[in-house]
Ligand binder design. Sequence first.
Ligand code: DOR
Ligand code: ZN
Length: 345
Amino acid sequence: MTGSLTIRRPDDWHLHVRDGAILDAVVPHTARQFARAIIMPNLVPPATTTELITAYRDRIVAAIPAGADFTPLMTAYLTDKTDPDDLAAGHEAGVITAAKLYPAGATTNSDSGVTDIAAIMPVLRRMAEIGMPLLVHGEVTDAEIDIFDREAVFIERTLKPLMDRLPDLKIVLEHITTAEAAETVRQGGETLAATITPHHLMINRTDIFRGGIRPHLYCLPIAKREIHRLAIRALATSGHPRVFLGTDSAPHPIGAKESSCGCAGIFSAPTAVELYAQVFEEDNALDRLESFASLNGPAFYGLPVNQATVTLYREETVVPDEISIDEATRIRPFRSGETLAWRLR
Ligand code: DOR
Ligand code: ZN
C-alpha cells in the first residue's frame, strides 16, 4: 500500500470565499491546500466590473496568511448588462481570468444573473475572440423543470446550442453531477471542460435524506441518483484531459443551513485534497490524481503548472466539527467529525 504520494501543488478551479469575516476565516484553508483558486463572484452585490473585481481581489490577498504562496484568479459575474469592453480590458490587464454565467435565479446570489443568453451574445463573442473562458452554472431555472433534471435539460437547451454557435468559446461546465454531463464532456472537443466537486463524487441524493434531512448535504446542482455519481466518478478518475478539480467549497453559517429554508452550499476547503485522494484511491486511480488536481486545469486555462510539490501521507485526518468565524457564527465542513485516510502536510 502506498504510504505517501507527492504531486505538483494543486489548484482549485471553483471556489467561494465570500467577503468580510468569512473570507478572512476561509482563505487560509484554501491557501494551505492550493496554489491558485478560481474565485466565484456571487457576492452581494455581485462582482461585475473590473473595478469591483480588483477591489475584491485586494481583500482576498489581504486575507492570505504571511508566507503562504497563493494566488486568487478572479472571475466576472455576467449580467444582461455586462460591458464587453470592460470585461476584455480586465482580462487584458490580468485582473479577470474568466467570466461566470449564472442563469438568473439558478442558485445562491444569482438574482442578477443572465436572464437570456441571447442578451449576452456580444459579450460571449468577444470572450471567444480573446480566449477568455466562460464558466457555466449549468442548470435551467424554469420552475416546472424537476430539480433533478435541471442540469440535463440545460445541456440540451442551452449548452449544446451555445457550443454550436460559438465553437471557439472555451467553456467550463462547472460542478457536473449527471451521466449526461459526463457524456457531453467525453464527446466534446478541445473547448469544453468540466470541474467536479468532492461532494458530488461522494454522495448521492439518498444521502441527503439518510435517517432524516441533512441540510449540510444540500447544494446546487443537487446530488443525483447513484448511477450519476458513478458516471462522474468514472470520468474524474479516467484521466480525461479536460476534467479537473473544482471544490465549489461554499461556506454558509450553520444557522443559514439549518433553517426552514436552508442555503445551498457545501464547505469542503479544510480537507479538500484529502477528500479527492480518498476517492481516487477507492477507485484505484491515485496515479491519476495529479493530472486531475494539478495539470489538466492549467492546460485548459493556458496557464503554467505549479513548480512546487505537496505530499499526501497515509495518515488519519479527522475533519473538524466546525470552523469558527466569530462568537456567533460557525461553519460546518463536509464530512465533519469523520476520519479520512490521507493527510496533506
Ligand atoms: O450549492 C451551491 N452553493 N451552489 C452554487 O452554485 C452556489 C453556491 C454558493 O454560493 O453558496
Ligand atoms: Zn459554486
